[in-house]
Design a protein around this ligand. Structure first.
Ligand SMILES: NC(=O)c1ccc[n+]([C@@H]2O[C@H](COP(=O)([O-])OP(=O)(O)OC[C@H]3O[C@@H](n4cnc5c(N)ncnc54)[C@H](O)[C@@H]3O)[C@@H](O)[C@H]2O)c1
Length: 471
């Protein structure tokens, strides 16, 4: 059993602290956000993560997990002085794409000023290469009493929505330090997980995280580029991805064409890596292209909607899904939120619905009607865009959705639906890269839908209640 302090109770810190407690350690989680800590003391979760609430409650009851806003209490409890201090504060995108390290600095300064015994500082936040050395400098210069300490980089690879399972079943644990014994002490903590543990130097560990995220983002942009080519040539990117994925050298993961990556990690991490490269005089052309393709995916959906609806000014557009992915309430860099803003800028009236992220969305969206459910959203819409692949969007009552809509235009930003099914239900349907032609007054320009036994409905755009006729 180790005495652990985790600093920052966000998506990473709260999961990390709770899982370490569940593994039998004594964990104190600290945050400067007083409301978050007050809520956690009442077992109210600051984030939505499946399974987390029960796990927090169980470990609090077993006295292995507690919460505080006090650095003194978190670090210097005489009965259980912190041995390992995990840093899991945010590192958002700053100026010019650079990672903003103000929270990491604040933590390093607070720890240095307060701690009264030797510790190992373990950095879980995603930080630019060289930050570990910089943190060591900050602590050294800020220490009230000269205490020995070591810095270890331990990048986190969990995914929101499956964070607990990812934390407890990692593909690998990466530890980087100039102090091998400190890295080995952290490794011991992870032994029960029976995962491969890699010990390297600080900068290499920091780089592994950026390179991993940049690679995954690249896979997403790659398949989105292929999707655009598929669309032009009449191929179906979903089947192309399956066909590619059987190849073990390629793999099936992260080959889902759609609205592109979002969330609190990929966008800022690709930007930060690009910035690091630029500062060194390198030319990260591939990373630039990855970001550009990602931005274009959102824009292409707005263009599709404009074309199908015959303009967007005064049209009503419904966005299904505001979380950046399913099973989280995180809306940071979410495609759904971006689309709300883009459709508003294009002159549309926008409605939105998400099963879990409505509260977070309400804080950032203006002049949007937030709806009760998918059918409330569909009511009066000219266009519905499916932006997040929540389970509850996978089996919508399609007849009901179409009946509620003014025009039956459904743009599937996640390629969840079978085009033939959607045509059959009377929608003017578009996925991304699904290979069928543009709808004209005479119907689709290729025979893809006919091949699937259902023809694309033809829409007469004259008048509010456009007639939908089968071809
Ligand atoms: N979210 C993910 O899926 C994920 C996955 C892997 C890595 N990461 C990385 O982990 C880090 C944390 O990400 P997150 O999504 O958990 O962030 P978050 O924004 O959800 O949480 C950060 C927390 O840190 C707290 N904080 C800020 N300054 C503080 C201070 N001085 N002292 C104590 N607490 C402070 C904030 O109040 C907040 O509660 C980031 O670097 C991120 O890139 C995130």
């Amino acid at each position: 059993m180790k005495n652990i302090t985790v600093i920052g109770v966000g998506y990473v810190g709260l999961v990390t602290g709770t899982c370490f407690a569940d593994m039998g350690n004594r964990v104190v989680c600290l945050d400067v956000n007083e409301e978050r800590i007050a809520h956690l003391k009442q077992n109210i979760m600051p984030i939505y993560e499946p399974g987390l609430e029960e796990m927090v409650r169980r470990n609090v009851s077993a006295s292995r997990l507690s919460f505080t806003t006090s650095y003194e209490e978190a670090l210097n409890n005489p009965e259980a002085p912190a041995e390992l201090v995990f840093v899991a504060v945010g590192t958002p995108e700053g100026v010019d794409g650079e990672a903003d390290l103000r929270y990491v600095r604040a933590v390093a300064e607070s720890v240095a000023e307060v701690v009264d015994h030797p510790i190992i500082i373990v950095n879980k936040s995603t930080v630019p290469v060289g930050t570990g050395d910089w943190v060591a400098d900050v602590v050294m210069h800020r220490q009230a009493n000269a205490m020995s300490f070591s810095v270890v980089s331990n990048p986190e690879f969990l995914r929101e929505g499956s964070a607990i399972s990812d934390f407890l079943n990692p593909d690998r644990i990466v530890l980087g330090s100039l102090d091998r014994s400190a890295a080995e002490a952290v490794a011991q903590l992870y032994f029960p997980l029976r995962a491969p543990i890699m010990i390297t130097d600080l900068r290499t560990a920091e780089m592994i995280k950026y390179a991993s995220n940049a690679f995954l983002a690249t896979k997403i942009s790659f398949i989105n580029e292929i999707a655009n080519i598929c669309e032009a040539l009449g191929a179906d990117v979903k089947e192309v991805a399956v066909g590619m994925g059987y190849d073990k050298r390629i793999g099936r993961a992260f080959l889902d064409a759609g609205l592109g990556y979002g969330g609190s990690c990929f966008p800022k991490d690709v930007s930060a890596l690009t910035h690091m490269a630029n500062v060194q005089g390198k030319h990260p052309q591939m990373l630039q292209a990855v970001m550009q393709i990602n931005d274009d995916q959102r824009r292409s959906v707005v263009s599709k909607a404009r074309e199908l609806a015959g303009g967007l000014i005064g049209k009503t557009v419904g966005i299904l899904g505001l979380a950046f992915k399913p099973n989280t309430d995180d809306i940071r860099e979410s495609p759904g939120i971006d689309l709300v803003h883009m459709f508003q800028e294009a002159g549309a009236v926008v409605k939105a619905y998400d099963p879990v992220a409505m509260l977070n969305a309400a804080r950032v969206l203006k002049d949007v009607k937030l709806c009760e459910d998918s059918y409330d959203l569909a009511q009066g819409c000219d266009v519905v865009v499916l932006a997040t692949e929540w389970n509850e969007f996978k089996n919508l009552d399609l007849d009901r959705v179409r009946r509620e809509m003014r025009l039956p235009i459904f743009i599937d930003g996640r390629n969840l639906y079978d085009p033939a099914l959607m045509y059959g239900a009377g929608f003017v349907y578009r996925g991304l890269g699904r290979g069928y032609g543009q709808v004209t007054a005479n119907g689709p320009t290729n025979n893809h839908s006919a091949r699937n036994g259902a023809s694309q409905p033809v829409v007469n755009w004259n008048g509010r209640n456009a007639a939908v006729a089968r071809k």
